[in-house]
Design a protein around this ligand. Sequence first.
Ligand SMILES: CC(C)(COP(=O)(O)OP(=O)(O)OC[C@H]1O[C@@H](n2cnc3c(N)ncnc32)[C@H](O)[C@@H]1OP(=O)(O)O)[C@@H](O)C(=O)NCCC(=O)NCCS
Length: 154
Amino acid sequence: MTAVADDEPPTIAELTRFQQDGRAWVATDDADAPVAYLLVEVVDDDAHIDQVSVHPSHARQRLGAALLDTAAVWAQRRGLAALTLTTYTEVAWNAPYYTRLGFAALTDDQLGRGLRRIREQETARGLARWPRVTMRRPLDLARRASPIGTSRVG
Ligand SMILES: CC(C)(COP(=O)(O)OP(=O)(O)OC[C@H]1O[C@@H](n2cnc3c(N)ncnc32)[C@H](O)[C@@H]1OP(=O)(O)O)[C@@H](O)C(=O)NCCC(=O)NCCS
């Protein structure tokens, strides 16, 4: 999946837009260095996870799950109904992982206009060469508390 690995990260300008809008969260280590981040945008009246990434040195410490819970709390406060994301079906830490966190796959007819556009853009960027799926987690199923607390994810 070289095209995925080579896909450009967001630019500083793009990250700044999320940050200034209060739609970016970072988890930091004990030295306050960032080790994981999550970006959200509102798409079709749901909170869409634009990106969630954990540095490999801090993988499998539930930082990804905690960031998703933080986004869920943010979305609930805004009156949004669900978290959504697009991901790879056959990558162990993508769709199978999100399924365990309460996300379920949407069929093509369940996609709103915004999610449909995102899938088209991903295809144009060459990211759809491997099976991809759009997933949604209703917020009433979301776990309430962040297991690592808000002092490390903020
Ligand atoms: C997906 C991602 C954000 C998960 O973050 P995380 O903090 O490591 O996840 P959590 O600690 O909450 O959960 C870990 C679970 O993910 C799965 N997982 C993580 N790394 C894995 C690996 N190398 N192989 C198999 N499963 C893996 C396992 O189910 C694991 O649970 P376990 O530790 O009990 O076995 C992180 O793996 C990542 O940044 N991946 C690269 C970027 C990416 O794919 N982003 C998502 C795009 S949709």
